[in-house]
Ligand binder design. Sequence first.
Ligand code: BMX
Ligand code: ZN
Length: 291
Amino acid sequence: MCTLAIDIGGTKVALGLVENGRITERCQFPTPKATSALQFAQQILSHCETWIPYISAVGVSTTGLVSEQGITAINPDTLAFPAPFPLADALKTLTHKPVAMLNDAQAAAWFEYKNLKSPLKNMAFITVSTGVGGGIIINGQLHKGAAGLAGHIGHTSVDMHGPDCGCGQRGCVEVIASGTAIKRASDDVFNPPISNIELFAIAKEEPVADQIIETSAHAIATLCCNLKASLDLEVIVLGGGVGLAAGYIERVRKHIANKPSVFQVSILPAKGDYDACLLGAAFQIKESLWH
Ligand code: BMX
Ligand code: ZN
């Protein structure tokens, strides 16, 4: 069975043709502006027209809160979805295939959980990318909560006097640690502006660059210890463009090692690497068809 996997992030959309858990075709493009759900779906499908005859289902992982009604932004600064945004329905109408949709980090969490080397019961996945997303596994089950919000750990505050977050709160992990936050801090000091990739590349020789990345890693480490305290997780898996950037996990581990031992938790890189959310998109549709 071939699945069309769609991963919608705040910066890019990735598409994959997935067969037996392997990505056989892949493409990506900048996230289109979210106008109407039907238009958005049409734009996405225009990038993979030749794959459509081979697919039997569509799996979507997307940034935002996913409910029966569609997608809602928690932080519209990362991607503003006009409400309601019934993307699954639009994709169903256009492809005539079964469609299942999950939040991007929840989908990756479930995929990563099912691919852990040693079986555990309690785990979280954190993506540090355009935003900071999360997915939580409790007692071997993906925990979505009453309305699907569970795992939006990027919007837990680690500094009540911190900067305003697009979600309406202050000092959220996302507004301090995300790729967007790193870029904002970097633009304040580097003229001409540099990309986050360049920032990571110069961090060894440039203390200002190093400090910006440290601030992000420290906030993520604090989040990990908060999660350990609230959920007693056995492991936390890190993903996303920033989360998987060279040296980032080591920085997070170093900050965790400085916290009281009871709150320390092991950190692993995502097995699905940069495609954890895309593989999660394919994985969850397969599961939803079986159950
Ligand atoms: C935001 C939120 C989450 C998402 C996370 C990571 C929106 C639109 N998104 O916290 O739902 O999981 O970003 O998203 O409110 P990404 O764009 O970085 O992949
Ligand atoms: Zn927030």
